[in-house]
Design a protein around this ligand. Sequence first.
Ligand code: ADP
Ligand code: TRP
Length: 332
Amino acid sequence: MRVLSGIQPTGSLHLGNYLGAIRRWVKMQDEAECIFFLADLHAVTVYNDPAELRANVNGMAAALIACGIDPEKSLVFNHARVPAHPEMAWLLSCTARVGWLNRMTQFKEKSGKNREGASVGLYAYPILQAADVLLYQTTHVPVGEDQKQHLELCRDIATKFNADYGVELFTLPEPWIGESAARIMSLRDGTAKMSKSDPSDMSRINLVDDDDTIAQKIRKAKTDPEPLPDSVDDLAGRPEALNLVTIYAALTDRTPQSVTGEFAGKGFGAFKPALAELLVQTLSPIRARLNDFAADPAALDSILQQGARKAAEMAAPTLEGAYRALGLPRGI
Ligand code: ADP
Ligand code: TRP
């Protein structure tokens, strides 16, 4: 089983990203051979400030490793260092049909009313995504709702290429559902997702927050005067309380029900310090590793270079197979 996941290099990471996504990938390493890459060639389908993009790619890679993605065990790299990706994307763009791409709902959403003004890259990027997956004979791709259609397209492209050229070159990837991840809400409003785009920094816990900031954000988190009930069902209508219980449960790998069982009858005066301590215990080693990377950028660079070298090696046979199938001589 080989699992591949492309990750958008977004800005600073928060607890929602950690509990909702990164931790799932960390656990996946025990179950399958994993490939993680920063999708920086996807990022440039819309304008990005170049310095910011570079900082985000490096920051995200450092965060993944700091959170427990092990570059010795899993393949970690960024897209842009491995030319096999855009090369394969071109070959596959000759198999993909315009009608197939026209159906992609994400392009319609992202381009909005300005379709004519969107980049060709934004339109064609599901083909690059297919190349990402097919280059490595990936068997499983962890997909959220928003990526299901792109994975279907990837399978369609692979099937048509194999059929058109009479080869069995590409493995058809399956969606990987896995255990459902926790959804973490804002500390200021239990009905809104914790997000980097929330203007209030008090609404989220960032991976770079120091211990005092974490404790202060939990102390100030919105709650209600009621004590915790003994059943999680009784938290209905108390979204802020439910969110704190959910965070506690996710951090300890327990169910929210077992957390309410433990704290039943206690108020937030007792629960919040316990939660803050747990957060500090989890996040401070991650922050320490992030600081190490910040102090030594060459270390990260060398990990990504090494990853890219291995990725290029792994991708080569499939890429060469595609050239061969098409009747194209390759190289000089
Ligand atoms: P943001 O909402 O801060 O912009 P992104 O959209 O960049 O976050 O999300 C990156 C990854 O983190 C996605 O896989 C997403 O599902 C996960 N994620 C983001 N916010 C949360 C959250 N509040 N709870 C759970 N998972 C989240
Ligand atoms: N498009 C994905 C996203 O927006 C990122 C991505 C790029 C990806 N290539 C991939 C995901 C390959 C899975 C497989 O999040």
